[in-house]
Design a binder for this molecule. Structure first.
Ligand SMILES: [Zn+2]
Length: 137
């Protein structure tokens, strides 16, 4: 088991999780690009029951390409996505890895939605890469 701790830039929202990550991924989808204001999202998926959160979050919901809801958490006064949940992956929280206290804990295992990757960030290497969502299982 690994322990993950993290929080927002101001420190008003903190989270911790003791879990074996389900997977750690980079997502190149348009929603992650918009939600992060960057070229991709990077998350560590952990069981929801392993996560403890302190502080007041707000949420907004978007629709994924499978038409399922994705809920994004952020700090009301400053923005910035802390974590997300996706209806298509129940009982899982996706910790935004830029919010981890120790970002070296992020061990990239796959890339998804590579079909939307920026041309200068084309997937490479030996990791698993999927043009969209990986198949179930
Ligand atoms: Zn995405």
């Amino acid at each position: 088991m690994s322990q993950f701790t993290g929080g927002c830039l101001s420190g008003n929202i903190r989270y911790s999780a003791i879990a074996d990550p389900i997977f750690m991924s980079v997502c190149h989808c348009k929603d992650c690009q918009r939600a992060t204001g960057s070229a991709f999202g990077a998350v560590a998926e952990v069981p929801e029951a392993s996560v403890t959160i302190q502080g007041k979050q707000k949420f907004y919901t978007s629709k994924g390409d499978t038409d399922n809801n994705i809920s994004h958490s952020f700090r009301p006064e400053r923005g910035g996505t802390l974590l997300s949940t996706a209806a298509i992956i129940p009982n899982v929280i996706m910790l935004t890895t830029g919010t981890l206290d120790d970002t070296s804990a992020f061990k990239l295992t796959m890339q998804i939605y590579c079909g939307s990757a920026k041309p200068c960030l084309q997937p490479g290497g030996a990791m698993k890469s999927f043009p969209n969502m990986p198949p179930p299982g």
